[in-house]
Design a protein around this ligand. Structure first.
Ligand code: TEU
Ligand code: CA
Length: 574
């Protein structure tokens, strides 16, 4: 092989695939209906069979579970619902024995209001920890606790104001998420030191890295006098806090400090809602020592109308190509993308950009192939590899997610119950949180008890056992994609070039490394499509596809069946 195609000393994550587990919904072992650490241990072989390299665990720390663990009351302990520190050590050992790494969710933009830091902070205005959070008096001239008296007009991501009035001390504290998730004040160096200490404690225990929750929110726009600005908003409404609370002026400084104090050779992935390509490049340029890769949100917001995630519209494929293409181009020279469709905050991709009724297998596998062939590190969210679908809940009682419930409460006056249900069915985070479907038994093999959230009835046909038994299943296609990522330098590092930007149905691009080139085609349509790919592909070999019979090429064109994806390889002369 020419030098260029040798794996060289590229960082390991250029060759790796990450698997995300949402522990609550993965596997229960004690019949309480909540997934737990022993359940993950019991299913480690599933990860090994899939071939993934890294496990990212959504939060398992001690927590009142207001936002399913994204509200932490003790960073150095495991929530009893999930198990014990010893269970975690056992899991770590089992993973490391099999060559897998463990990445923990790090939630340090905010804590739980039950964290001892906040309990102290709240106790009085002169408590030494008062300044660990964002406390502010009511708006000048307004009566504390009355509507509109909040220090700024920031809205919470979970509806309503981002400020809560504390009767005892008469001031407000900031919470960009629920009122049980007060934001930490990263301006205070003591806060930063406490966080770094905690991170080192986990790394010393053996964990391999962190996925950093809303990490670009840690620096807010704050004036020299400590004032926080209002944001644009309609009269009497709360504005998007992102404008003033995200990507603040000290973000890079904080992350570089964290890198110095914590990492050096150890790893971090940042989740960065509302971040631009340019910003993503700055965050992940290795020379800047901030993050190794970023999760962006643009490609999973393209089907949102002005009303946000509950205002779902059909996707225009051209937007998806333009968006992902922009991120590929922007991070081509420096920086690195995390590639994902699904996670615990997103509706299932097969129900969203695919067709989960007539072409579930075809569209799930097409989406997988298209995503995994991009440049970046692919993430698989539990159940995605089984082609699991949205929950399709039909009553409000079935929902558990705080964001969904708060939104439904806020909109109840405006929308009928039927409308609410329609919006939730399309946009709710609970779509991704139904239990993993292991088999066709009563609770899908997830629990012997009553699951905390309903199992999808379609587990009678969609489940891991059935997927494993069918060589053409979504599961086996994901296995092949993971293997391809491990083996193929063009998949790992090849340059990305978007084709057919204006085609409304076909996703098309090439990846090129040295004299090797891959052509990736994916049809986002049930109707037959023809992709005009240009000359030189008729003798190309098939690398991977989601139909068993050979792909039809005719001169400069490739014919694609319903939701078909193909990857072709050729040698190009330099
Ligand atoms: O999510 C951050 C985020 O920006 C969202 O996608 C958010 O969940 C919300 O749905 C906006 O509509 C992270 C976590 O992944 C999420 O589960 C937590 O609820 C949130 O942070 C707070 O910790
Ligand atoms: Ca349990």
């Amino acid at each position: 092989m020419p030098d260029e195609l040798e794996p060289a000393d590229e960082p390991w994550w250029t060759r790796a695939v990450v698997y995300q587990i949402y522990p609550r919904s993965f596997q229960d072992t004690n019949g309480d209906g909540i997934g737990d650490l022993p359940g993950i241990l019991q299913r480690v072989d599933h990860l090994v069979e899939l071939g993934v390299d890294v496990l990212w665990l959504s939060p398992i720390y001690r927590s009142p579970q207001d936002d399913n663990g994204y509200d932490i009351s003790d960073y150095e302990d495991i929530d009893p619902a999930f198990g014990t520190l010893e269970d975690l050590d056992r899991l770590l050992e089992a993973l490391h024995e099999r060559g897998l790494k463990l990445v923990m969710d790090l939630v340090v933009n905010h804590t739980s209001d039950e964290h001892p830091w906040f309990v102290e902070s709240q106790s009085s205005t002169d408590n030494p920890k008062r300044d660990w959070y964002w406390w502010r008096p009511a708006r000048e001239g307004m009566e504390p606790g009355t509507p509109g008296a909040e220090p700024t007009n920031w809205g919470s991501f979970f509806s309503g104001p981002a400020w809560d009035h504390d009767e005892a001390t008469g001031e407000y504290y900031l919470h960009l998420f629920s009122r049980k998730q007060p934001d930490l004040n990263w301006e205070n160096p003591e806060v930063r030191r406490a966080v770094y200490r905690m991170m080192r404690w986990w790394l010393d225990r053996g964990v391999d890295g962190f996925r950093m929750d809303v990490i670009n929110l840690i620096s807010k726009t704050v004036g020299p006098d400590g004032s926080l600005p209002d944001v644009p908003a309609e009269d009497g409404r709360y504005g998007q806090p992102g404008v003033a609370a995200a990507n603040g002026p000290r973000l890079h400084e904080f992350l570089q400090e964290m890198h110095r104090e914590v990492f050096d050779g150890r790893r971090g992935v940042g989740e960065t809602p509302g971040t631009t390509v340019e910003h993503g490049r700055l965050l992940t340029d290795p020379a800047r020592h901030e993050l190794d890769m970023v999760f962006t949100f643009e490609h999973v917001s393209l089907d949102h109308g002005p009303g946000g995630r509950f205002d779902v519209h059909p996707l225009d494929l051209r937007d998806l190509k333009a968006t992902l293409g922009r991120w590929q181009a922007g991070l081509a020279e420096a920086g690195w993308n995390a590639l994902y469709w699904d996670n615990h905050d997103q509706p299932r991709i097969v129900s969203r950009y695919g067709d989960d009724v007539a072409y579930r297998r075809e569209s799930a596998t097409m989406l997988a192939i298209v995503l995994h062939l991009h440049r970046g590190t692919p993430y698989i969210y539990q159940g995605e590899e089984l082609g699991m679908t949205n929950a399709h809940f039909t009553s409000l009682e079935e929902y558990r997610d705080i964001e969904s419930l708060r939104w439904a409460d806020a909109e109840r006056d405006r929308l009928s119950e039927e409308q609410l249900l329609g919006c939730l069915a399309a946009g709710s985070r609970d779509n991704a949180r139904t239990p993993v479907q292991w088999d066709d038994t009563a609770q899908a093999g997830f629990t012997t008890g009553r699951p905390w959230i309903a199992v999808n009835p379609n587990h009678d046909t969609i489940n891991a056992a059935a997927e494993r038994a069918d060589p053409d299943s979504v599961f086996h296609l994901y296995r092949r994609l993971v293997a391809l990522r491990h083996e193929d330098p063009v998949v790992q590092r090849g340059d990305f070039h978007l084709l057919l930007p204006d085609d409304p149905h076909v996703y098309a691009f090439t990846r090129t490394l040295g004299d090797e080139q891959l052509l990736v085609l994916g049809s986002f349509s049930s109707d037959p499509q023809v992709a005009e790919v240009g000359p030189g592909w008729s003798d190309a070999s098939l690398v991977i596809g989601n139909y068993t019979s050979p792909v039809a090429t005719d001169g400069d064109r490739v014919a694609l069946r319903s939701w078909e994806a193909v990857v072709l390889r050729r040698t190009v002369s330099g």
